[in-house]
Design a protein. Structure first.
Length: 408
């Protein structure tokens, strides 16, 4: 978008609720907001992001032009998100926001109050959380109830992050949604010595980077790797943020080539781990467009991903899909181990997939259009453009309907 177009359009006040806050490295939500919010500020919009105060030792008032508000939460496995979002909703009602953007479907019921007060609310529902193994029976039911009712609570503002997830919500709950993916940056290795701090050598390891929960299938990946003849290591970056029998069993492997790195909180270190890997192994099964998969492509990884509709939608022919059994993955790992030219070809092509559909600028374009539509009283779930359409002309037509905003 050129400068004149940005000067002509009206500006919005946008509040973002439901994440841990920025800058933070624990999950894809924080990276997503950390990338998108500053870009919206650059386009002239006013942004506020709510942060969990207990997770931040330093609490600056702003981050790259985004206003930060720190509120308390009860930091347990089940209560952190719910209590912080509840506090945030009590505050945001007095901020004069044109649009309240919420992440995580578990926060759907929290959106009832601002909706009753006539606020424009959009919510990114993420994946199939009611199927995740880390939640107990009640937790799964609570996620499912939120997913079932989110379309009635936010009838114009449900956002799914993949076309396949849009289909799931439409068929399972009768909920139409806007389909907008996450994004990624295209990165290159800048300091290979970083991986040596983790006992690794560039190109001499396979990488897994995920939370260690059952649905991400790190156990399947370890069992497959145990069958592969290679001197390379399997580096597993990630952990669970609670005591987990699954993690304990995972670490019982007798294969000395498997190296557990724990949670890597430094974003530059995560980048170097990706950029210097021989290949990246992605076992996520329940998400939509997974940020870790996009990051791997953007870092020029040879990617092997579990064959799910969501992963296949992202990967297309830019990586290798494996079935949900260790033998199939082991066979494909052995192939790229024995044929390094194959791995090199996938690495060289991977960033093209990001450039094609998943740059942060493209994703910000689509969210900006969504927010303008909500502020203008339109229903984005029925008129929103697809990933591959230009949004410039549509945003220009919407700007006249949006009132000029003042500061928070």
């Amino acid at each position: 978008m050129d400068k004149r177009e940005l000067e002509d359009r009206k500006k919005l006040r946008i509040a973002m609720v439901g994440s841990r806050g920025i800058p933070h490295t624990y999950s894809g939500y924080e990276e997503f907001i950390g990338e998108m919010a500053p870009r919206l500020v650059e386009r002239g919009h006013e942004l506020i992001v709510y942060c969990r105060s207990s997770l931040f030792r330093e609490r600056p008032k702003t981050y790259e032009g985004v206003r930060l508000i720190y509120l308390p939460s009860i930091e347990t496995k089940t209560m952190g998100t719910l209590t912080h979002t509840l506090m945030s909703m009590g505050d945001v009602l007095f901020r004069g926001a044109d649009v309240i953007f919420v992440v995580n479907v578990v926060n759907a019921f929290h959106c009832i109050l601002p909706r009753l007060l006539g606020k424009n609310v959009a919510i990114n529902v993420d994946g199939l959380d009611w199927k995740r193994g880390k939640w107990g029976r009640f937790g799964k039911k609570y996620f499912y109830w939120n997913a079932k009712w989110v379309g009635r609570i936010c009838p114009k503002g449900v956002v799914t992050d993949a076309r396949e997830m849009r289909r799931v919500y439409l068929e399972e709950f009768g909920t139409p949604s806007v389909s907008i993916a996450y994004g990624a940056n295209m990165e290159k290795a800048a300091d290979p010595d970083v991986v040596r701090q983790y006992g690794l050598e560039p190109s001499q390891y396979y990488l897994v980077a995920s939370r260690l929960v059952p649905e991400n299938n790190a156990d399947l990946i370890v069992r497959a790797f145990e069958k592969v003849k290679t001197p390379r290591l399997l580096a597993i970056a990630g952990n669970a943020n609670y005591r987990s029998a699954f993690v304990d069993r995972l670490k019982e492997t007798k294969d000395t080539r498997v190296k557990f790195l724990g949670h890597v909180g430094n974003a530059e270190h995560v980048k170097e781990l990706h950029c210097n890997a021989y290949a990246y192994l992605h076992g996520h099964s329940l998400g939509g467009t997974n940020p870790a998969l996009l990051k791997a492509l953007g870092c020029g990884n040879c990617v092997l991903a579990l064959n799910t509709p969501f992963n296949a939608e992202v990967l297309r022919d830019y990586g290798i899909l494996f079935e949900r059994n260790p033998l199939d993955l082991a066979t494909k790992l052995q192939h790229i181990e024995d044929h390094p030219e194959c791995a090199a070809q996938y690495r060289s092509r991977a960033p093209e997939r990001i450039r094609e559909a998943y740059t942060w600028d493209k994703i910000t374009d689509q969210y900006e259009e969504l927010f303008l539509q909500l502020a203008a009283g339109e229903d984005p779930t029925r008129v929103h453009s697809s990933l591959n359409q230009s949004v410039a002309a549509r945003s220009q037509s919407l700007s006249a309907a949006v009132s000029t905003s003042k500061g928070f």
